[in-house]
Design a binder for this molecule. Structure first.
Ligand SMILES: Nc1ncnc2c1ncn2[C@@H]1O[C@H](COP(=O)(O)OP(=O)(O)OP(=O)(O)O)[C@@H](O)[C@H]1O
Length: 299
């Protein structure tokens, strides 16, 4: 559905994206993850042709955005940041304005309202809507014209947990029941891991990972928590021996390890230096920790 080839971009002299090769399969919910400022919005603007990409670097539906922008955008619905809405009009009237401008069949208004579960509130002024309702109305607008692909930039930004959950459920329904391909950006892995079939992780304009959720999970390392009679000395010894220490969540030390043999080596190293080892315990790294390790390692 989306392919980028060695896509790089700079604002003036400030490079923001470095040789991105994105591949978004049909029918996927593709989570596009990265910390603030990593280049997600810039990528989305390039995908939509809102800023110019170099020739032959961006293709949607196997067509170049540079040469086929209009026919591509007829098949794409998008929500970039918060939707522009007329607050003094109802949700239905906001949809009606866009429907006319885009010459879409009137019947679609009820359909998209039902899809985003705003039928009951469609007559109310948008000024009375919660942030979550506004985002859902923005998605309803994106759905006018029955697009094959939805491109959503941080649609859960600023929402409370209930609002986030509603958007999550909506995206799953749009994918499963309506067959949409969904490209959605977020800076929270926890939010994406529940729904994404595929993920890409961007940091400082570099793609650090791209693949299925299963492939990402395979990268989760075992973490060894270590407690000794002098964790400060132990920390320095481990650093000197090139072990990878993680940001401490407690006063214990945490090290990413590859295998069980390393546990024995660490134990030996600490004992050889006269430290008393009180505890060595392994746990699987959470996905959030993996995300932080990947993004910090390249910061
Ligand atoms: N119009 C612009 N002119 C110059 N620099 C820009 C412009 N827009 C964004 N940038 C810079 O490009 C980099 C990437 O920004 P971008 O908005 O694409 O990141 P992001 O991942 O979407 O971040 P966020 O989650 O904060 O929106 C940042 O360093 C930002 O300051």
């Amino acid at each position: 559905m989306i392919q980028t080839h060695q896509l790089s971009y700079a604002y003036g002299r400030h490079p923001v994206l470095h040789e991105l090769n994105l591949q978004v399969p049909s029918a996927s919910i593709f989570g596009f993850l990265g910390p603030n400022g990593s280049g997600k919005t810039t990528t989305i603007r390039l995908l939509m042709g809102l800023i110019h990409s170099p020739p032959e670097t961006v293709h949607l539906f196997d067509q170049s955005i540079r040469t086929n922008r209009l026919s591509i955008l007829n098949r794409v619905g998008s929500l970039i940041e918060s939707p522009s809405l007329y607050n003094h009009l109802s949700g239905r009237d906001n949809l009606e304005i866009i429907r006319r401008a885009r010459q879409v069949d009137r019947l679609q208004i009820d359909q998209v309202l039902a899809m985003v579960q705003l039928t009951k509130d469609a007559h109310r002024n948008v000024s009375e809507y919660s942030l979550g309702m506004r985002q859902r109305l923005g998605i309803a607008i994106a759905l006018l014209g029955n697009p094959d692909l939805l491109i959503l930039d941080e649609p859960t930004n600023g929402l409370d947990p209930a609002g986030i959950r509603q958007i999550r459920e909506l995206l799953v329904a749009l994918s499963h029941q309506h067959g949409k391909t969904i490209f959605v950006s977020s800076h929270l892995l926890g939010e994406m891991e529940k729904i994404a079939t595929h993920l890409a992780i961007l940091n400082q304009g570099h793609l650090l990972f791209q693949g299925t959720m299963t492939q990402l999970r395979a990268l989760q390392l075992p973490i060894l928590s270590i407690d000794t009679n002098n964790n400060q000395v132990a920390r320095q010894l481990l650093l000197d021996a090139q072990f990878r220490l993680l940001d401490a969540v407690s006063d214990q030390l945490q090290v990413a390890i590859r295998d069980r043999v390393q546990i024995a080596s660490i134990n030996q190293l600490l004992m050889d230096q006269g430290l008393a080892v009180y505890g060595l315990q392994t746990n699987q790294q959470t996905l959030e920790e993996l995300f932080l390790t990947l993004t910090h390692a390249h910061a």
